[in-house]
Design a protein around this ligand. Structure first.
Ligand SMILES: Cc1ncc(COP(=O)(O)O)c(C=O)c1O
Length: 391
């Protein structure tokens, strides 16, 4: 091939983002299943339950009615109004529906937020361990993710002192936090969130709150940044509490001055969010009782793991506050949790995610269990792991 042709096909440097290592675990799990093995899947972070019946019925009716055209760029008005009502009902805060923007999952919300708030080269703080795409999307957009290492000392979150110290080393333009968080499953209290937002506001650092795991809180109720600040950007999704990962629909609550910018960006990048998914999402709110039953299932799974894993030998774990993740320290058993996860899968047929995906510094000590499956699976996983570690 000619050198010029080869150069034309060379991907850009900013597109050089790492893949998920969990893909290797999933491929190994698939090979075991092809050979007839029964794998307990605790590696992928998604609900096992389907979308609310109300959402599925609304989607069926829309399909039967025929044409699905583009929608308003910021989302179907009825859905934006319904999301605003959700804030009144759940958090007791009035949100103008004009500030609500429907997005293609929270994943698109991050792209829109980062494009709207940051210039190439801007530094944006994220917690480590943390959800890898925060860092990777920032990098792909030419921004600099600044990973702030967290530990038990700060209950695995960024504190105002840590934020300000990082800002003094080199100015930050933004900070993103999630509560409940992935992979840790830890949460910050409303008071801690208020202090962090105040610190960010005081230093002129944009605050982005990933609230995708709201609704799945066990330790204490999750607080929305929308109640604490009108300048914070809130990102949320129908993927987790509403069990709608594949529908690819989420939302943002924006400060009023950013609405028009996001409108222009989303109009150019996507035109609008898939219509069928928006119709289903609006109806999903009628399925809260059904989703609360699913949540109670996670609570039961959490109890089974909190009781069973220490007996099985896994005694060190982060506070299991919310979402459906348990982040366990397995350094007692191995130098590298990637090998641990591989061996555990091969020898017990329980799949979990090695921590290195979430934390390049200390992730090799940890594995993440997702407990969004059934109680029977959780009991069996604990038994299999216990028997394996006690061999
Ligand atoms: C913390 C966190 N934020 C965002 C996402 C993206 O979810 P979605 O794009 O389906 O809304 C995930 C998915 O696992 C996540 O764990």
């Amino acid at each position: 091939m000619l050198d010029t042709a080869r150069r034309l096909m060379a991907p850009s440097q900013r597109s050089d983002v790492p893949p998920f290592m969990v893909v290797d675990v999933m491929a190994a799990a698939a090979r075991i299943e092809e050979a007839g093995g029964r794998v307990i899947h605790m590696e992928v972070g998604q609900p096992a339950a389907p979308a609310p019946a109300s959402a599925i019925a609304a989607a069926r009716a829309a399909l039967a009615a025929g044409r699905l055209g583009y929608t308003e760029t910021l989302g179907i008005p009825a859905l934006r109004v319904r999301i605003a009502r959700h804030y009144r009902e759940i958090y007791g805060v009035e949100i103008d529906p004009a500030r609500v923007v429907v997005t293609t999952g929270s994943s698109a919300g991050f792209i829109l937020a980062f494009l709207t708030l940051f210039e190439p080269g801007d530094r944006v703080a994220v917690a480590l361990p943390g959800y890898p795409p925060y860092r990777h999307i920032l990098k792909a957009l030419g921004c600099e993710p600044v990973a702030i290492e967290t530990s038990a000392a700060t209950r695995w979150t960024i504190t105002p002192d840590m934020l300000i110290a990082a800002h003094r080393r080199a100015p930050l333009k933004g900070v993103l936090i999630a509560s409940p968080a992935n992979p840790t499953g830890t949460m910050v209290t409303g008071a801690a969130l208020r202090e962090l937002i105040a610190a960010a506001d005081g230093e002129g650092i944009a605050f982005i709150s990933d609230e995708i795991y709201h609704g799945l809180d066990y330790a204490f109720p999750a607080e929305t940044a929308a109640k604490l600040s009108e300048s914070a950007v809130i990102i949320n999704s129908f993927s987790k509490y509403f069990c709608m990962t594949g529908w690819r629909v989420g939302w943002m609550v924006l400060p009023e001055p950013l609405i028009r910018t996001v409108d222009r960006l989303q109009g150019n990048l996507a035109i609008s969010v898939p219509t069928l998914s928006q119709i289903a999402a609006a109806a999903a709110f009628e399925g809260r009782a059904e989703m609360d039953t699913v949540k109670h299932g996670y609570e039961e799974n959490r109890r089974i793991l909190l009781d069973g894993l220490p007996k099985a030998g896994i005694t060190k774990m982060l506070p299991v506050d919310g979402a459906f993740y348990l982040y366990a320290d397995v350094s007692r058993f191995c130098d590298d949790s990637f090998d641990f996860a591989k061996r555990m899968l091969e020898e017990t047929h329980v799949a979990a995610t090695p921590g290195v995906d979430f934390d390049p510094l200390h992730g090799r000590q940890f594995i993440r269990f997702c407990y969004a499956g059934s109680a029977a699976e959780m009991r069996e996983a604990v038994e299999r792991i216990g028997a394996w570690l006690k061999r």
